[in-house]
Design a protein around this ligand. Structure first.
Ligand SMILES: [Zn+2]
Length: 594
């Protein structure tokens, strides 16, 4: 039976480009999983968007002497371009800067307030009289009260590395105009995580048996060690979502509080665009629906602890407030398969030092599937991994080209040439033919189990192992020689290999969608495996925003073994991958400034 599966993907901050560490951390695993679930025939909704608000965006705007809106729009456009080129098929990739997201976030806030999970507290904060506004921590600089470094930021000292209490900075000054701020009292709303703790612990205990150890450590482990405490969810900032309470003008919801609500608001926006405004209930109200959150390890507490807390605390009141009708409890995360980090040539990736392989830059020189292959084979599922150009070259040439690409190409080219562009009519299948077909068909079980458990790396390795088995089969059968003495025997071998390749194409398609789609067409199929991505310009009272969308169209891929028929008309094949030359190593080293 078809299941409703929400594939919730981390929201990139619209203040910098995306590098390979980000891609393998969350975006690519989400897409592989979503494609697999679509092939299985499940009702998949993959959603995310740009995180448009908060100081990361305003700080960048100040540095570039522009507005937060322009910064967000610029990076949002770069995300759309990258995701299209990389084949990340979001049903909706939107933004937090939409009317809908404002309303959904404010409804969650009000539901929590209604259910007494919010409280207010007064605190001191730096205020700039010259500008008539409170300054976020990152907007104040001064002397570190720990090491006396004169240029410490309000939230952290770059010299001694300490996290700072901004109000204790010595000789504070505004980062915007250098003026001296003064401490003034301000009031904020807090999420009462202490009160939510028993329910959050229950939620985590129910998932303890199958969550990744790193995720459990940073959620359940942390709570049991030090407990949960209230956390401010509003701040004095004008770029963001207004606090929906009278007398609180000029304050915004904290970006960490509202950005996670994007998973819900994007589903609702998707339903509205689709013309079925209540469709989101199928993912958020149905107890059988499953929500998977693909994020990096730096985001674990927000997705495994705080977001579940927000959902639990909203109870059935979100629907009541948002739709003004009967509501239900909202679906809690089923799994949060967070990845660790990927380093680059042995060092931590750093955008600011330009120590990174940037997604769009990479794709200006190489194809998307080799990137997807390498990032999956090297995915930091359980520990940090390393991007090495040498390793990329070796895996591309020895695995992708040698094991898989050449297999598909030489069999297809031989069949196309020898049997007039048709799948040959086999004789009766011999034991080795039946064995290899059965072995590859078993992959729908073995690869499928790995993908279902979000062990993507193991799933890919299993599919590649099966490709090696088909190579061994062909070495034994040697149809290129067989054909000289026994044309029927050769036809049987080639038919067998084509059928195995046709199945492998499906097993590999979540990982390598572009080349598998081409292979699918060479094998003579008229309808594509997957649907298409496209961009769409949407309008609301905040202006226009461009979204990435997915149209299933004539997608015909199914997670099931090939039923390739003799006589099917093939299309002239071309190589799926290209071998890389050693010289790229030197070029890429120079690009990194090594
Ligand atoms: Zn310091």
């Amino acid at each position: 039976m078809s299941k409703n599966i929400l594939v919730a993907v981390a929201w990139p901050y619209a203040n910098s480009l995306i590098h390979v560490g980000n891609i393998t951390g969350s975006y690519l695993p989400a897409d592989i999983f979503a494609r697999f679930q679509r092939l299985k025939g499940n009702r998949v909704l993959m959603v995310s968007g740009s995180d448009a608000h908060g100081t990361p965006v305003t700080v960048r705007a100040d540095a570039e002497n522009t507005t937060a809106l322009q910064v967000y729009q610029k990076y949002h456009a770069s995300f759309l371009e990258l995701f299209l080129k990389l084949g990340l098929c979001y049903d909706l990739f939107t933004s937090t800067h939409t009317d809908n997201h404002f309303k959904v976030s404010q409804s969650i806030f009000l539901a929590l307030k209604n259910n007494s999970y919010l409280y207010t507290e007064r605190q001191l904060q730096w205020y700039a009289p010259s500008q008539g506004r409170f300054l976020p921590d990152r907007y104040v600089e001064g002397t570190c009260y720990i090491c006396n470094y004169p240029n410490a930021r309000g939230d952290q000292c770059d010299n001694c590395g300490s996290l700072l209490e901004a109000t204790q900075l010595i000789n504070p000054r505004s980062k915007i105009d250098g003026s001296t701020p003064e401490l003034r009292e301000t009031e904020h709303f807090y999420l009462d995580l202490g009160k939510l703790q028993p329910a959050i612990v229950d939620f985590l205990r129910q998932r303890e048996s199958y969550w990744r150890p790193n995720v459990l450590r940073q959620s359940l482990g942390q709570i049991l060690a030090s407990g949960l405490h209230g956390r401010a969810i509003t701040r004095d900032l004008d770029w963001g979502i207004p606090v929906p309470v009278e007398g609180w003008e000029g304050k915004c919801l904290y970006v960490w509080f509202e950005a996670v609500i994007g998973y819900l608001s994007a589903t609702i926006e998707w339903s509205q665009i689709a013309g079925v405004p209540e469709a989101w209930h199928d993912w958020w109200y149905k107890p059988t629906a499953r929500a998977y959150y693909f994020i990096g390890k730096d985001n674990i507490p927000f997705h495994a602890v705080i977001w579940p807390g927000q959902l639990i605390g909203a109870k059935e009141w979100f629907g009541r407030l948002f739709e003004e009708r009967e509501g239900h409890p909202l679906t809690l995360p089923y799994d949060v398969p967070a990845n660790e980090f990927m380093n680059l040539e042995g060092q931590k990736i750093s955008g600011s030092r330009n120590w990174a392989v940037w997604g769009l830059d990479f794709l200006s020189r190489y194809d998307p599937d080799p990137l997807r292959y390498y990032l999956t084979a090297n995915m930091p599922e359980n520990k940090d991994t390393d991007w090495s150009w040498q390793d990329f070259l070796i895996r591309n040439n020895n695995e992708l080209v040698a094991t898989w690409g050449n297999l598909a190409n030489r069999v297809l080219a031989f069949a196309y040439k020898q049997w007039d562009g048709l799948v040959p009519q086999p004789g009766e299948l011999r034991p080795p033919d039946r064995e290899i077909i059965a072995m590859v068909e078993a992959g729908f079980q073995s690869v499928g189990e790995q993908l279902e458990a979000v062990h993507l790396r193991a799933g890919l390795m299993e599919a590649m192992r099966l490709a090696s088995e088909v190579n061994k089969y062909l070495d034994q059968a040697a149809p290129w020689f067989e054909i000289k003495s026994d044309r029927t025997a050769a036809a049987t071998s080639i038919y067998t290999a084509l059928r195995a390749i046709d199945s492998l194409k499906v097993l590999l398609s979540p990982f390598l969608p572009f080349t598998c789609e081409r292979l699918h067409s060479y094998l003579g199929y008229a309808q594509p495996l997957f649907g298409e991505q496209y961009t769409d310009t949407l309008h609301d009272s905040l202006g226009e925003h461009i979204a990435l969308r997915y149209r299933p169209g004539k997608a015909s891929g199914r997670w099931q073994p090939s039923e390739l028929q003799a006589g099917q008309e093939l299309r002239k094949p071309e190589p799926l991958f290209r071998k890389l030359e050693e010289q790229i190593l030197e070029e890429e080293r120079q690009r990194l400034g090594q």
